[in-house]
Each structure stands twice: as structure tokens, then as C-alpha cells.
Design a protein around this ligand. Structure first.
Ligand code: SAM
Length: 262
């Protein structure tokens, strides 16, 4: 079976290895890359994503949530969700599993967990090396909230990833995805395309000395399904998709998709 990687057609296995390579080569440079890619706006998108989910054990109840952050990389979303639950709902019991295919990203996440958060070495947080397409160490119907931020477009088989999200969520569980998406407004799109196709790889080269990784990222964003199509895939996995199923952020440069397992 073949798939695309940048401008090349490669085997599925090769793509997996290439994706691993991209993230290994950027793990330490990772925040810088995100900042360059989104001109710093990814931080606002992530905060909005976490606030929108508004997840946490409500005071007066006694059912801690089981969170799963897939492609969790360096832990931004995972720590943000736990912080939100704590500050808004005084929830200090819900648990978090961070799953990522790349051990270097996970190691960076664990390091930050110890150095930057109060969850370091807590049994509430667990880091797991897992392919998000299968999540074979995660049981069926075991999670309340499944999040994935800027990860699913790297999957070789996105539908398999969505089907797996459905499998691991409990009935009533919520799937939430934050991902680069497609700009609808043609004027804004012209500016955005110019930026991403010409300037981004150049900036990647100048700032991180890594043109290829940035080139790959631009290509992977372009190939990712449009908002409506992706909402259709979430539905196809079995989820109930409320409303139109997504929220555009910054003209659709990124989008949040939500699904509920009924
Ligand atoms: N969620 C983090 C964030 O928003 O900062 C990290 C996003 S980073 C751009 C993409 C992550 O997806 C990388 O850590 C990479 O290792 C991971 N990844 C790529 N393919 C994956 C797969 N098939 N299964 C699990 N993780 C994957």
C-alpha cells in the first residue's frame, strides 16, 4: 500500500517511519515550530479548545473523569485539561493518559510534567507509547474524554484513528479534535497559501535548520480533509455530531471538531 509523504509517494510503513523522524528531529524545537507555524496563535487556540470542553469532575459528584490525549506529544493539552479541571471544579482526582507514537516526544512530555507542572510522577498521569490508529493498550469503553490536537493529520489511516476513538470512549464520552484546517475566504486563503508554501519552509530552514520537516507539515495540512468532510468521517466512526460539527478558528486556519458517543 502506498501513501503520500510530502511530494513523494511512499509505502505506508515508510510514512510511519518518516513521520516519526519528523517529530524526533523537532521534539526539542517543538514549541518554536508551533509558534512559527501559527505565528504564536496556537497557544490561544489550545486555551480556547480547553475552555470549550470545560471538562472536569463537577463539585458534589464523585465520578472522576478518565482523560485520554492522543498524539499528546509534549503535554500541552494534557496539562491544560488537568489545570482547568482543578481551577474551575477543584477536581484533583480525574486521570490523564498521554499517548503518542514517538518516544522522544513522550520523553519531552514527561520531563515537562516533572519540571513545569504539579503532576510530576503523580499516579494521575501516565505516558504511553501507542499508535493512535489502534491504541491497543487502551480498553474499549474506558475513557470519558478523548482529545487530539494537531496530531490526527499525521495518521496514515485517519478513519481507523476515529474508529479507535469511538471504541475507547465510554457511552456519553466526548471526542474533541483541534487541527489545522482549510480557509474558506478566498482573499485570506491567498495570503495564507503564500505564507505557508513559500515563507514557512524558508523560515523552518532559517530558524530550525530543517526545511524538510516544515515542508512536510505544510503538505500534511493541505492534504487533510476539509471541515465538512472530516465531520462526515467523525459521523462515520459512529459519533453523534452536534450542529454542523465543527468550529472554525482564525478563518479556518484551524478547526475544532466534536463528536459524542451516544
Ligand atoms: N498534541 C500536541 C500539541 O498540540 O502540542 C503535539 C502535536 S505534534 C504536531 C503531533 C504529534 O503527533 C507528535 O507528537 C507525533 O509523534 C504524534 N503522532 C504522529 N502520528 C501518530 C500516530 N499515528 N499515533 C500517535 N501519535 C502520533
Amino acid at each position: 500500500e502506498t501513501t503520500h509523504f510530502g511530494y513523494q509517494t511512499v509505502s505506508t510503513r515508510e510514512k510511519e517511519n518518516l513521520v516519526k523522524g519528523v517529530f524526533s528531529s523537532v521534539a526539542s524545537n517543538y514549541d518554536l515550530m508551533n509558534d512559527i507555524m501559527s505565528m504564536g496563535v496556537h497557544r490561544l487556540w489550545k486555551t480556547h479548545f480547553i475552555n470549550k470542553l470545560d471538562a472536569g469532575m463537577r463539585p458534589g459528584t464523585d465520578r472522576p473523569l478518565a482523560f485520554l490525549d492522543v498524539a499528546g506529544g509534549t503535554g500541552d493539552i494534557a496539562f491544560g485539561l488537568l489545570d482547568h479541571a482543578k481551577h474551575k471544579f477543584q477536581d484533583i482526582q480525574s486521570t490523564m493518559t498521554v499517548a503518542d507514537i514517538n518516544p522522544d516526544m513522550l520523553m519531552e512530555g514527561e520531563r515537562r510534567c516533572v519540571v513545569q507542572t504539579s503532576y510530576g510522577r503523580s499516579p494521575r498521569i501516565q505516558f504511553l507509547e501507542q499508535n493512535g490508529e489502534t491504541l491497543d493498550k487502551i480498553e474499549d469503553n474506558s475513557k470519558d474524554v478523548y482529545t487530539i490536537a494537531f496530531g490526527i493529520r499525521n495518521f496514515t489511516d485517519i478513519q481507523a484513528g476515529l474508529n479507535t476513538a469511538y471504541r475507547v470512549l465510554k457511552p456519553g464520552g466526548v471526542f474533541a479534535c483541534l487541527e489545522f484546517s482549510h480557509v474558506d475566504n478566498s482573499l485570506v486563503d491567498t495570503v495564507y497559501q503564500t505564507y505557508s508554501f513559500s515563507l514557512l519552509p524558508l523560515m523552518g530552514q532559517l530558524v530550525a535548520n530543517d526545511r524538510d520537516s516544515y515542508q512536510y507539515l505544510v503538505e500534511s495540512i493541505r492534504k487533510f480533509p476539509k471541515q465538512e468532510e472530516f465531520a462526515g468521517m467523525v459521523r462515520k466512526a459512529g459519533f453523534y455530531v452536534p450542529g454542523k460539527g465543527y468550529e472554525d478558528l482564525t478563518f479556518g486556519v484551524a478547526a475544532i471538531h466534536i463528536g459524542v458517543k451516544l
